[in-house]
Design a binder for this molecule. Structure first.
Ligand code: 3HC
Length: 300
């Protein structure tokens, strides 16, 4: 029998089965976290090759956790046996919670929410991991606006403690309560935030990243900027962090934040030009730095 979570208007079932749409860096990271936290997990991709690549990411992250000593080998093996990676919709259909982590394109995400509304139980919670789009826009096609929200994880998912639970225009209190409980069960710290460009964290983070790019354009070297930030106490410098986030993703976020910035910044154009050249950061072995076998080498 379902366990129920209350906390506002209406009841929602407690989460048991989680479907993650997209097996990329964020999708696989979220799926792996849910898997090792004991949830039944389905990862859906758009074709069999990408589904296999997503499953490999989940497996690699799990093996890394065992190597780091934060996960028991037997538990890892047992959990990995339960994960489903697929290009079909059918295994997604019984999910209590869907986390959409597909490409950061509004039309594609909206189409996903249209599809979800026809396939999932009207009780299922539907969330988006978007970082640069408005939850109200992405989720608008969903049929139950009280059960949609943003669930914004940070990269790398298994190391970052915070998760933003983003309240859409009609998200119910019960939905927020269920998502807060879910995030806590993942061992993360939830923060409930309002919908809007950059939500909360990226509004704080991106001015810092923006200044890193501006300093570079003013003639400071990549290493001077990043080393100064690290010596100041940041975990990594702004340019290395942009590479880690992904230059393409960062370009989208920077653009979306342009609407709330006090003065226009050259950063969105600079990041877009880099992304257009395929310099996507760590994942493409080239961004502000070059990477050889995953290790940072010299600035480009
Ligand atoms: N599974 C689970 N936990 C793991 C793990 C694994 N496989 N590997 C490591 N961990 C845990 C460690 O046990 C440790 O936990 P603790 O803090 O409780 O002790 C923690 O993860 C950190 O591990 P490490 O010591 O290996 O990590 P480092 O000291 O090298 O730091 C970092 C790595 C946390 C990534 C740090 O460099 C950092 O914070 N960088 C900034 C990252 C950041 O800001 N990301 C956000 C980007 S913005 C974004 O994503 C939003 C988007 O919208 C743009």
């Amino acid at each position: 029998a379902a366990t129920w979570v209350t906390g506002g208007t209406g009841d929602v079932p407690a989460v048991r089965k989680v479907a993650v749409l997209g097996g990329g860096i964020m999708g696989a990271g979220i799926a792996q976290l849910a898997l090792v936290s004991g949830y039944e997990v389905v990862v859906k991709e758009i074709n069999a090759d990408l589904a296999a690549a997503g499953l490999k990411r989940v497996t690699d992250l799990t093996n890394e956790a065992v190597k780091k000593g934060v996960l028991d080998r037997e538990v890892a093996t047992e959990r990995l046996r339960t994960v489903t990676a697929t290009s079909e919709w059918a295994p997604v259909e019984g999910a209590d919670l869907v986390i959409e982590a597909v490409i950061e394109k509004e039309k594609i995400k909206r189409d996903v929410f249209t599809e979800l509304s026809t396939r999932l139980s009207p009780r299922a919670l539907l969330t988006t991991n978007t970082s640069s789009l408005l939850v109200s826009r992405v989720c608008e096609p969903a049929s139950g606006p009280d059960r949609v929200a943003g669930l914004h994880f940070f990269n790398p998912v298994h190391k970052m403690h915070l998760v933003e639970v983003v309240r859409g225009p009609d998200t119910s209190g019960a939905t927020i309560a269920a998502l807060v409980e879910f995030v806590r069960k993942l061992g993360k710290v939830p923060v409930v935030v309002n919908d809007g460009p950059g939500f909360l964290v990226n509004r704080i983070l991106f001015p810092y990243l923006d200044e890193g790019v501006r300093l570079l354009l003013e003639g400071y070297s990549t290493e001077t900027i990043d080393k100064a930030a690290v010596r100041f106490g940041m975990p990594m410098g702004p340019l290395e962090l942009l590479d880690q986030v992904g230059i393409d993703v960062a370009a989208h976020v920077a653009k979306s934040l342009g609407v709330v910035a006090a003065d226009p910044s050259p950063t969105p154009d600079r990041l877009t030009a880099m992304a257009d050249r395929g310099w996507l950061g760590r994942k493409a072995d080239r961004g502000f730095y070059e990477y050889r076998k995953g290790r940072r080498s010299h600035p480009t």
